[in-house]
Write a protein that binds this ligand. Structure first.
Ligand SMILES: Cc1cc2nc3c(=O)[nH]c(=O)nc-3n(C[C@H](O)[C@H](O)[C@H](O)COP(=O)(O)OP(=O)(O)OC[C@H]3O[C@@H](n4cnc5c(N)ncnc54)[C@H](O)[C@@H]3O)c2cc1C
Length: 498
């Protein structure tokens, strides 16, 4: 008999296990993936985490910063109010107010807690800060990054879990919950071809969304979604959600919504750990998009990348042929993110715009050239370009204007990158209480069942502020583990805060 069984091996699951270990001892983590592919989507990340902080003193609770680094960096602030505003705005005011409040208010505490367990963090100098005149300035509310990115995060959480006496089974796929009138009593699991029933006092589900399940994707996200590429793990096929629904849980949240981004057109069907998140192509605010008809179709400069990238994958999927080109000129070359410099890119380079569009296969090249020229003519060049703020350097009177960072494409060489839609994770899932207990279809908490991470619905809708996924898993994983341990000890669920 285990006290707590955790289903999943990513960030949410490992945080839940570590949290449970503070109050109880017999804990088992079931990871469906083999050890070398373990860690779910969490392993695929850059390890960026959205954390509310007032000042550098807050950051120092999490990151070791030298005096020199502090002197040459403007970390700014990212207050709880800003985080709450970002969540509300990008989810079109649908995010669950209780869960969002916990996500925001517990973000710094959760990461500080992980630090206290031995996970190391750094400042995201490479991706979230611009160097202006020798001084780094952070932007977009995303300052904290796990050392070693996603692999570093998962490896250190795993090591710490093992050091805390937590048992980990790899290649162990949870199939269903053992449930009776008293609540959840354990898990049926298949490992090494054998199906066994494992008893436990409480179960935490942290098995990810259903983005790697082609059939569910098409069923819930809609026609065409079978054509998207999966950015991360192939193991998140909705098992945790299905198991809970079968046990009477309520379905909750944005079941037709997901996080999806611009992703290398010729990337494999699922994520490749050797490439990680580098198939993504996130520098579109510095250029323009063209579709197969040679037309722009979205405001590339509507907001900072962090607040648009997660919804533009869907827009790309709905273009003819499910792909698009990102076009840049030499002026912004230095500003392109590191992912543009990997080998596995579909890239075209032209010495003139005519030369470039001639190389855009599957695309109306005549329209493409006209579209770029019309765009160039519409840029308000009298407004200064400034990547640190929404600079208002825009186009005027185009069918779809670019409203910030509109540079003319006039300096060779010109570059084009082919992208399609890469799905990150699905937004629909289970309903939980403030203590991360799963709620049934009648609105009652299911005894002994807790959930955290991607498979919880109600928090993200339509869109997502970058770096919230890991924070979500850490905050609610921590709470779910604590609650499950409390239930295992026979106590009432403990408070969500602390
Ligand atoms: C390429 C990429 C880059 C990203 N970058 C970032 C970033 O920088 N910052 C950020 O915040 N978010 C990022 N995200 C999103 C982030 O990965 C997720 O939001 C977060 O990792 C989800 O954590 P989780 O623990 O809920 O799920 P996961 O980490 O996916 O873990 C789910 C686990 O459940 C296991 N599992 C599934 N089914 C079963 C079963 N039946 N039995 C047992 N185990 C099962 C899986 O194998 C996996 O280990 C990125 C995602 C991708 C794909």
């Amino acid at each position: 008999m285990y006290d707590v069984i955790v289903v999943g091996g990513g960030n949410a699951a490992l945080c839940a296990a570590l949290s449970a270990a503070e109050a109880t001892s017999k804990i088992l983590v079931l990871e469906r993936a083999p050890e070398e592919e373990s860690g779910g989507n969490s392993r695929f990340t850059a390890g960026l985490m959205r954390v509310a902080y007032e000042d550098v003193e807050d950051l120092k609770k999490v990151i070791e910063l030298s005096q020199d680094e502090i002197a040459r960096t403007d970390f700014g602030t990212y207050t709880e109010e800003q985080f709450l505003d970002d969540m509300a705005r990008v989810t079109e005011y649908r995010c669950d107010p209780d869960l969002t409040e916990i996500l925001v208010k517990e973000s710094l505490a959760a990461v500080t807690w992980m630090r206290s367990k031995g996970v190391r963090f750094t400042a995201a100098w490479g991706r979230q800060a611009f160097n202006i005149g020798g001084r780094f300035k952070f932007w977009g509310g995303l300052t904290v990054e796990a050392v070693g990115g996603g692999p570093g995060l998962v490896d250190s959480l795993t090591r710490i879990a093992k050091n805390n006496g937590i048992e980990l089974w790899y290649g162990a796929r949870a199939l269903s919950l053992l449930v009776d009138d008293e609540g959840v009593q354990g898990v049926t699991v298949k490992k090494d071809g054998k199906t066994v029933q494992l008893k436990s006092r409480a179960v935490v589900l942290a098995a990810g969304g259903f983005q790697a399940n082609t059939e569910w994707r098409t069923r819930y996200l809609g026609p065409g979604w079978e054509l998207a590429k999966v950015r991360g793990t192939r193991f998140n096929t909705g098992d945790g959600i299905r198991m809970a629904l079968e046990a009477g849980a309520a379905a909750h949240g944005n079941w037709s919504g997901c996080h999806a981004v611009a992703w290398e057109r010729n990337a494999p069907e699922f994520g490749d750990l050797a490439v990680g998140d580098q198939f993504q192509k996130h520098s579109y605010p510095w250029g323009i998009y063209l579709n197969a008809e040679g037309r722009r179709f979205v405001d590339e400069g509507a907001d900072f990348r962090n607040y648009t990238y997660a919804k533009y994958g869907r827009v790309i999927l709905s273009q003819p042929g499910q792909f698009a080109w990102q076009i840049f000129d030499a002026k912004v070359k230095q500003q392109l993110r590191d992912e543009y410099r990997i080998k596995q890119v579909t890239k075209r380079v032209g010495s003139t715009l005519e030369d470039l569009v001639r190389q855009l296969e599957d695309t109306d090249q005549k329209n493409a050239l006209e579209e770029i020229q019309a765009y160039n003519a519409a840029v308000r060049t009298e407004v200064a370009f400034n990547p640190n703020v929404k600079d208002g350097r825009r186009t005027q009177n185009l069918k779809i204007d670019k409203t910030n960072w509109a540079n003319t494409l006039d300096t060779p060489p010109f570059e084009a990158y082919a992208v399609t839609c890469g799905i990150t994770f699905t937004f629909g899932g289970l309903k939980i209480t403030r203590e991360a207990q799963v709620i049934d279809a009648d609105g009652e908490p299911i005894r002994g069942l807790y959930a955290a991470g991607e498979l919880v619905g109600g928090i993200f809708w339509f869109n997502y502020p970058g770096g919230s996924g890991l924070t979500n898993g850490s905050v609610f994983g921590r709470i779910a583990g604590r609650s499950a341990a409390g239930a295992a000890a026979g106590g009432a669920a403990t408070s969500a805060t602390g």
